[in-house]
Design a protein around this ligand. Structure first.
Ligand code: GTP
Ligand code: MG
Length: 154
């Protein structure tokens, strides 16, 4: 099992899309182990997006994610990092495939509604940034036996 860090950006929260987007992850069969609405301190935004420092869109990106609350989730499942990235779709909503979150709900490259960790290494780094030790729930998901076949869980 992997756990990945997802957050709905201020545009998705302000547009009233939390329920529609969260419902997609839930219906997919993924498990929520953390969830919270929060304002993002500037230093957290800068640490999270450190890899983009110096790029032309960096200042706007930090201003955007700190402008209004985000909805943060820790999501667990088999191959959760890659599965969530597939559900999210390409960075720019104008180019993202229909059926993906960005493809169905967005029209922008910057205001693209959602973040998802891009690797297991990123997920571990980002989970430690956004959630305190002990903040994630321990949940016995007995339904997993109907979401995965036994070979998926090996
Ligand atoms: P995240 O899940 O948010 O990390 O998106 P991503 O992995 O699809 O994109 P990437 O990590 O390359 O960029 C991080 C974020 O910066 C994007 O989600 C956008 O919000 C923003 N961004 C990236 N490229 C551009 C760009 O060319 N223009 C603008 N305005 N914003 C960009
Ligand atoms: Mg990224």
């Amino acid at each position: 099992m992997e756990t990945t860090l997802i957050f709905l950006k201020p545009d998705a929260v302000q547009r009233g899309l939390i329920g529609s987007i969260v419902g997609r992850f839930e219906a997919k069969g993924l498990t929520f182990v953390g969830m919270k609405l929060m304002n993002v301190p500037k230093d957290l935004a800068e640490k999270h997006y450190a890899e983009h420092q110096g790029k032309p869109f960096y200042d706007g990106l930090i201003a955007f994610v700190t402008s209004s609350p985000v909805f943060v989730m820790a999501i667990r499942g088999v191959n959760a990092v890659a599965v969530c990235r597939t559900l999210i779709g390409a960075t720019n909503g104008q180019k993202a495939d229909p059926g993906t979150i960005r493809g169905d709900f967005g029209m922008s490259g910057g205001y693209n509604m959602i973040h998802g960790s891009d690797s297991l290494e990123s997920a571990e780094r980002e989970l430690a940034l956004w959630f305190d030790d002990g903040e994630l729930a321990t949940i016995d998901k007995t339904l997993d036996q109907w979401v995965y076949d036994p070979s998926d869980l090996k």
